[in-house]
Each structure stands twice: as structure tokens, then as C-alpha cells.
Design a protein around this ligand. Sequence first.
Ligand code: BG6
Ligand code: MG
Length: 218
Amino acid sequence: MSEIKACLFDLDGVIVDTAKYHFKAWKRLANELGIDFTEKENEQLKGVSRVESLQLILKWGGLEKNDSELQNLATLKNTWYVDMINKMKADEILPGARELLNELRANGIKIALGSASKNSEAILFKINLYDAFDAIVDGTIVSKSKPDPEVFLKGAELLGEKPENCIVFEDAVAGVEAAISGGMRVVGIGESQTLYKADWVVSGLDQINLKKLQNQLS
Ligand code: BG6
Ligand code: MG
């Protein structure tokens, strides 16, 4: 298999545990609208953009909203979410993330962020990890949501690497699918029952180092 020249990381749920804050904010919004919302529904929102997530929740609840109501509800959810991420500290970086980023850089492997979030830069500054990335592709740049591969293809392009030389790290089903349809190898972060399409599934970045990556995926 091809050499590993670049690594592309999802943010929420891979680098930092913001997935729990998305869940809390969506649950609050859904419940205020009279819609039931559990971890099971939340799983389907991982990697999905803000407005598309809201559209799914409304669909599950059988509610219809016009465009301006939709925007207002998405903004309300984001206000609650931002309140939570503003209190975040560097100790919320998930175990092993900083160590792996450091090891990859020390070995000349290029690193990009590939996230659907429009809050990604704010989060990276907050946890003091902005400088660990050579390129940042996020929800402010991409026009098509995961499972479309745009976010990762753009990352590979910015890093100047071919998709077959890139590894993606993802906790979302939609993100794993995006990596695969972009022609990249993918490490699922989470449970193998959920992320069974990934080439390799681990519980967290603390289970990975460059040697293991090369052994599993090269
Ligand atoms: C993804 C999350 O990374 O970003 C989704 O997995 C979230 O849950 C999406 O909806 C958009 O995030 P934001 O911060 O722009 O609302
Ligand atoms: Mg994620």
C-alpha cells in the first residue's frame, strides 16, 4: 500500500471532546421543541453541518420550519454551544492527540484539519493547538457536508499530497464514508460496530503512534 505522507484529522470527537457539547445543545433545543433526543439520534448528527443537523431533528419530530425560523433555531443552538466551548481549557484535548500530532510533525508528515464546524478555529485557539496544523479546512470553507469527500480532498490539495498518501482520523460514520469516497485510508475513532467501514478502529488517539499506523495501514 501507499506511503503515509499526510494525516487529516476531524476535530469534534477526535482531537477534542466537543461532541458532548454538541449533544447537550442539540438535546436542549430538541426538547424545547417537544422532540425526543437521545445518544442514538445524536450519533447520526456527528460530522453533519449545523443546519443539516437541525433539519434532521425537525424531520424526526415531524416539524416544519421556514428558512428564517431554521436560521434562528440554528443560531440559538450555536449560542448555547459557544457558551460551553468558551469555558474549555487545554486539558480537554483528548488523550494522545497532542502526542500524535507532535510525532507526525517530527517525522515530516503533513497535518490538516478536516472539520464540518464553523467554530473550529476558535476551538483550536482555545486549546492552544492551532499551530499544530499545516492547513485548516472547516465549515467556513467547504460547501458540501460529509459524507461528501470535499473537506478531505481540499485538505489533501492544500497539503500538496495525493489522497492515496493521506490517512483520515474520524469518529463519525459520515466522516469515515467521506474519507473512503475521497480515496483515503481511514482510522475510525470509537466503536467498531459503528465505524465498521474504517480500515482500522481504535478507541482513541492514545492507541496510535506512527509505527502502529504504518504497520496497520501501509
Ligand atoms: C461537526 C460535528 O464536527 O461539526 C457536528 O461533528 C456539528 O456535530 C458540525 O454539527 C458543525 O459544527 P458547528 O460548530 O459549525 O455548529
Ligand atoms: Mg467528529
